[in-house]
Design a protein around this ligand. Structure first.
Ligand SMILES: *Cc1c(COP(=O)(O)O)cnc(C)c1O
Length: 317
């Protein structure tokens, strides 16, 4: 693994593309796709925006490694491993489920390991202590004082990183009235809403069921900015059964949407649920005629085995 110090690359704003979709057009709504999936080839979309400020902070404080937490199929673990490889920081992943330690790695964890992540399997009981200060101090001591990133990657710096997403939309040649994003932990929405500025709204579509996410978004904005920012709301009707649940109707929707708009595919865990929700909302007349709506495309379709475990062992990231 290379340990390049030096400045971190800053990608240019991701493209904002209009697509013509009859299901929106007939209600007077213009649909734009904010292609955060094209932001960086290896560290996709909001994962780049959330992790890079943490990498900068880790380096500035002299840490040589990042340590974070996730389940066996965590996209956040994969993103952290990739961020470490790209930026020359070592990475340690604390993985829920010590029964996994003796087994072959699933494709998601194999990807982490290939990117140089050291995997530390812990029991569910130990994993539950992931926010306990004494436990975190013990992990720090054990792994040589790594920089800690919370499960799911949403902390104040991550939220600040995602304000860039809002700023890019606000400063676009064709700025949207409403910007919508899929919600896992809520860090991306918290930053997006703050960055959009006055007169624009953010809409979050949770991909997991009943997780108290509005409170999480508020808490993250409090942590990042000291109080609420922006005009945002959640629509919690479109989780399709919970995290990583992809019923046939959603899969068909994703295939059809990709076909209509010449896209290679749609990521199903997050992005398909967002686009499905927006299509349904447009059909309900939820957007006033004349609205310009931007959907943030936060991910790319991945191999089914990685992105959509047949036997999900976890409820979320
Ligand atoms: C992680 C992720 C999200 C959710 O981001 P949060 O900040 O956790 O809400 C959305 N879309 C994709 C593709 C992701 O990988």
């Amino acid at each position: 693994m290379t340990r390049a110090p030096g400045p971190l690359p800053t990608p240019p704003p991701s493209p904002l593309q209009e697509v013509r979709d009859e299901r929106f057009a007939r209600h007077g709504v213009r649909l734009l796709l904010k292609r955060d999936d094209l932001l960086h080839p290896e560290l996709i979309g909001n994962k780049w925006r959330k992790l890079m400020p943490n990498v900068r902070a880790a380096r500035a404080a002299g840490h040589r490694a990042l340590l974070t937490f996730g389940g066996a199929y965590s996209g956040h673990l994969r993103a952290t491993a990739a961020a470490g490889r790209i930026t020359g920081l070592a990475t340690i992943g604390v993985v829920r489920g010590d029964e996994l330690a003796g087994r072959p790695l699933n494709p998601s964890l194999a990807r982490c390991a290939a990117d140089g992540m050291r995997l530390h399997f812990v029991s569910r009981a130990a994993y539950r202590l992931r926010e306990d200060p004494a436990h975190l101090a013990a992990l720090r001591a054990r792994f040589g004082d790594p920089y800690l990133v919370p499960e799911g990657g949403s902390n104040a710096l991550a939220v600040h990183g995602c304000t860039e997403l809002g700023r890019e939309l606000r400063e676009a040649a064709d700025p949207p009235d409403v910007a919508a994003v899929a919600v896992g932990t809520g860090g991306t929405l918290a930053g997006l809403a703050a960055g959009l500025g006055p007169g624009r709204r953010a809409l979050g579509v949770p991909v997991l069921k009943g997780a108290g996410l509005a409170g999480r978004v508020r808490a993250l904005q409090e942590e990042a900015f000291g109080g609420p920012r922006g005009d945002w709301r959640l629509d919690e009707r479109f989780h399709h059964g919970g995290y990583a649940r992809v019923p046939p109707v959603l899969r068909e929707f994703a295939t059809d949407f990709a076909g209509r708009h010449g896209l290679p595919g749609i990521e199903v865990i997050y992005v398909a649920k967002l686009l499905y929700a927006l299509t349904a909302l447009a059909g309900e007349g939820a957007f006033a005629p004349g609205t310009t709506l931007a959907a943030v495309i936060t991910g790319v379709p991945g191999p089914e085995t990685v992105m959509n475990p047949i036997h999900p062992t976890t409820e979320r990231t």
